[in-house]
Write a protein that binds this ligand. Structure first.
Ligand SMILES: [Zn+2]
Length: 189
């Protein structure tokens, strides 16, 4: 009798384990798709990034802040050219990411700047064009965070103030392996 109970318990543990693994595996599958190491880079911004970016542009406009998107999806070649800046090419270092190492290469990041009243594109973090006593740049960053973006100005190491990204929990290493965030299909709004 005692051994029967032990067998039953052992089986119960095994079944629970299998069910747990199954659930974890499937939850992961729902969020990501794996296209393999040769997965092509997307041809446009991820639809969720694009949708949230449009909300950000709209809300900023409502606050009388004129944002300019200076970079979106970047090809691997463009990324390598950018990496050379301040290294083998003239200028200041603008990125620490080589081809495939930036969320820009996967359509998951954008860079912004502000257009002032004269129509010039500026990178002035103190500029208060709407005159509400707050930096327009920071106002945009805060709005972006409300819409689910991570802001490069919050990074502890190299701060990338114009940079906004959505990782969907994926690391650069995972993206390089071919994992991609799933797109929400047939969403109507
Ligand atoms: Zn960027």
């Amino acid at each position: 009798m005692k051994s029967l109970l032990r067998i039953l318990l052992t089986w119960l543990v095994i079944i629970l384990f299998i069910v747990t693994v199954f659930i974890i595996y499937n939850t992961k599958e729902e969020k990501y798709i794996n296209n393999g190491e040769d997965a092509p880079i997307p041809e446009s911004l991820h639809p969720t990034v694009d949708k949230q970016l449009n909300k950000l542009l709209e809300q900023s406009k409502g606050k009388n802040i004129d944002i300019v998107i200076t970079a979106g999806l970047r090809s691997k070649e463009e990324q390598n050219q950018l990496y050379k800046k301040g290294r083998s090419k003239e200028g200041n270092i603008v990125t620490h990411a080589k081809a495939g190492e930036s969320y820009h290469n996967y359509g998951l990041a954008v860079d912004y700047a502000i257009r002032n009243k004269k129509g010039e594109i500026i990178w002035d973090m103190n500029y208060d064009g709407n005159g509400n006593g707050r930096s327009d740049w920071i106002e945009v960053a805060e709005l972006a965070k409300d819409f689910g973006f991570e802001w490069g100005g919050d990074w502890s190491g190299f701060k990338d103030y114009p940079h906004l990204q959505m990782t969907f929990g994926l690391s650069i290493a995972q993206l390089q392996e071919g994992l991609r965030p799933k797109t929400e299909e047939k969403q109507q709004d």
